[in-house]
Design a binder for this molecule. Sequence first.
Ligand code: AMP
Length: 442
Amino acid sequence: MKFQDLNLNAPLLNALDDLGYTQPTTIQHKIFSVIMSGRDVCGIAQTGTGKTLAYLLPCLRLWKFSKDKFPQILIVVPTRELVKQVTEEIQKLTTYMNVVTVGVYGGVNMKPQALEVQEGCDVVVATPGRLLDLVLDGSLKLKSIKRLVIDEVDEMFNLGFRTQINNVLDRLPAKRQNLLFSATITEEVEVLMNNYFETPERVEAAPTGTPLENINQFLYHVPNFYTKVNLLELLLTENADMSKVLVFTATKQMADDVFEQLDTKFPDQAGVIHSNKAQNHRFNTVNRFRDGSYRFIIATDLVARGIDISEVTHVINFDVPDEPESYIHRIGRTGRADKNGISITLVTEREQEYLAAIEGLMNYKVPVIPLPENLIISDELTEDEKPKVRMRETLIVLPKVSESKGAFHEKLAKNVKVNNKVSHRDKMMQKYGKPKTRGKKK
Ligand code: AMP
């Protein structure tokens, strides 16, 4: 199957040619005709399957030039990184078209974004909160929207955007096509579709919970945090093929800690991103990773979700996520668009139960690799890893009253205070054999 086999037009085919894409991925060719037919669609696809292009191609194919200032296509995504990425993708695909695309997201001044949408545009890519703000503020008019895409909807619900999504959906024209993409179809996603979609056709890139076939998964059993750091250091030192490595941690603190440990050993080769880092820092870090100046970045699940970096050679799960779906999302960052990738997970005793849940969801047992012989096993523990010291409840037995010596017993010799003060008069008596006064008081 080639892109030429799809009902695409010359401007899009030329743009695809420029991008060097020749063959559509599974989801891209499966979903194309369904979207072209105008039906509502529920795409079950993880990142890495080529799902962005899967909805962009038919949406842009169906787009018609209009003198209208108001946008026809609305794409809602959970993070600002994803806004940037999707906007860039559209700009590349529309090189030979007259399409104006605007990306809007929170955390920055709204004024310039408001002005940009007011000037007129065809496609808007937005995070839910900022989108609603722009609509309520009157800058963005939704009356011409013909196609709505809600991408990574499961993540949007995780982030608590349900109210904003419902609010936006309530304000859209009734006659429109709805497209929704999610890695997992939860009950909340079902409710959303029941309320707002018209008998959506389901298209699956891979059944829910099934990892991509082109990702080789492995794991190491590691005793603690510092041994994990040693192992990561060793792997990066000994494997030159680890050229674009995405290291995941569950928390911002852990991301900073791992970065601190590795930055000295690999100066200028590592970056760290999480939601406490300024947006510019996040964009710059991702760009340096993308262009290869950083060999690896350490990221939390949330910010890593939206970033598109092709050819990530290895995903390293520094910890095991407690939600099995997060694991699927994480490893989906490698092996993108039918390329092979490797995922390595570092598992401590405590994380075994999370691993069991992941393996249960995937119905796949991740192969275990023995620890390298030259790995230094640390016995240092983090505060979190230290066993919690429980105070033993000691029963204090008081002596019976009859056994007690009462309050007036003799003091122990060492506790007996002796008054050694010698009076001036006695001192004088000892020295001169007679009392000597200091003289009469006046
Ligand atoms: P996505 O799953 O949409 O996040 O896309 C994953 C990556 O695959 C992105 O970097 C896309 O640019 C790339 N990609 C998407 N479709 C294709 C294709 N047909 N051929 C090669 N690369 C693609």
